[in-house]
Design a protein around this ligand. Structure first.
Ligand code: SR1
Ligand code: MG
Length: 423
């Protein structure tokens, strides 16, 4: 690990080599400082991200700023998010080995993490805009979700370890507060942080007057804030995934907190659905956008199927924690009881997933932080039309979350709303 530096200072491309060259983790991986080339590539909402290339290889240096980059110094934020990100990278990375970038060094004072440079990986949002093909993405993400959510919970961990981690991540109040406000609150009222595509004024007003939808947002917010089931990534949208045709990585877990399992699954699926609704508005080029939309729905279905399959396998092989029902069922000769408990857990996660997905779809259209897939639709009238359909779908999921029996029904709804034929 890095030694502490005297006082926090944001890095610049120009001073990074001199400030980090004495770190052996850097020189070992990059080679001599004379060959270092630095580029700032951060396009997220919060941090600085540098790629440092040397004669031997490349690394990423991610540093928190004392404010939210998307707004500027007018939105101060503490540097503590780098510490939560480091602890989350360590834990989630160990729960699904190989799925997160390797961490080489962490400096708490400078709020920076040095990690593996993922190349030729592309941010998934960019890949879904470009119409990239992925072989195993859905399976990788479904397994990632099952492994991290199961292994961070009382189904697997002992109570002392689980409670210690819950306490650790409970302190991530600032970023959790951003989620509570930006995801579950702002889009459902007239807030100055909100923005939307011109042409959606009527829809934005309808959302705010829609009691059933607002009730769903309040209910999902309560589940997010009070159901401390497992360590969440906390911000698992398609900008937090990097992929090649055959490899998938999950990045940026700085919003990590203990919460309900369906939150991560729902955030991911909600963002995939947004990418689906963006397809008709994106330049076709060599991409058949209708076929690519079907691919995205299939991807969402594969995520869910792989999640449930892996979660069920872990249930049978790694259910060592106190909430798996081993004592009351196996202990008393009723193994079938545990199967019913698994079915009930997956049923709850399914309903939560749909609820969180529907709310996420609203906040990425009406709130502060939007989805690049929809933002990439250049013509505002076309974008507004895509977003109108996505809002209808999001409402159907959030309000009707207890009424969908299968993923096929969800995908059929998406196709109907997009104007496509039922499969
Ligand atoms: C001020 S942060 C806005 C959003 O960006 C992050 O990626 C999270 O999604 C957050 O809600
Ligand atoms: Mg992020």
């Amino acid at each position: 690990m890095l030694e502490r530096l005297p006082a926090y200072r944001p890095l610049t491309g120009a001073d990074l080599p001199l400030r980090l060259a004495h770190r052996s983790e850097m020189t070992d991986a990059l080679g001599p400082i004379t060959g270092w080339r630095v580029r700032e590539i951060g396009d997220g909402n919060l941090n600085l991200v540098f790629v440092v290339e040397g004669s031997r290889g490349a690394l990423i240096v991610k540093q928190a700023l004392p404010y939210a980059r998307v707004v500027g110094e007018g939105w101060p934020l503490s540097l503590a998010r780098a510490t939560f990100e480091f602890h989350a990278l360590t834990r989630l990375g160990a729960r699904d080995p190989g799925r997160m970038p390797k961490v080489l060094a962490f400096d708490e004072t400078q709020a920076l993490i040095v990690m593996e440079h993922l190349t030729p990986h592309l941010i998934l949002r960019r890949g879904l805009i470009a119409g990239e093909c992925y072989d195993d993405l859905g399976r990788h993400l479904g397994h990632y979700l099952a492994r991290t959510l199961f292994r961070g919970s009382d189904l697997h961990l002992g109570p002392a370890r689980r409670k210690a981690d819950t306490a650790l991540f409970c302190a991530n109040v600032e970023l959790t507060g951003i989620t509570e406000d930006l995801v579950f609150t702002d889009p459902f009222l007239d807030h100055p942080r909100n923005r939307h595509t011109p042409g959606l004024e009527r829809e934005a007003a309808h959302v705010r007057a829609d009691r059933a939808l607002t009730l769903a947002a309040c209910e999902m917010k309560a589940r997010f804030a009070t159901r401390s089931e497992t360590l969440l990534h906390g911000d698992l949208h398609t900008g937090s995934v990097m992929a090649t045709a055959t490899d998938t990585r999950v990045i940026d877990p700085e919003f990590a907190v203990y919460g309900p399992m369906g939150f991560d699954v729902g955030a991911l699926l909600g963002n995939l659905f947004l990418a689906f609704f963006a397809q008709p508005g994106l330049p076709a080029g060599s991409v058949d956008r209708a076929a690519y939309g079907a691919f995205i729905l299939d991807l969402a279905a594969t995520v869910w199927a792989s999640f449930t399959a892996e979660f069920s396998a872990l249930w049978h092989s790694e259910r060592a924690g106190m909430l798996g029902g081993r004592d009351v069922f196996e202990g008393q000769g009723d193994p079938r009881g545990a199967d019913l408990l698994l079915k009930a857990r997956l049923g709850e996660i399914w309903e939560d997933t749909l609820g969180f997905a529907g709310i996420e779809m609203h906040r990425r259209i009406l709130g502060l932080a939007h989805a690049a897939e929809l933002e990439a639709v250049a013509d505002e009238r076309v974008r507004a039309a895509c977003e109108r359909r996505a809002l209808k779908a999001g409402r159907a999921l959030a309000v009707g979350r207890t009424g969908f029996a299968r993923m096929a029904d969800v995908c059929a709804l998406m196709l109907d709303l997009a104007g496509g034929a039922r499969p």
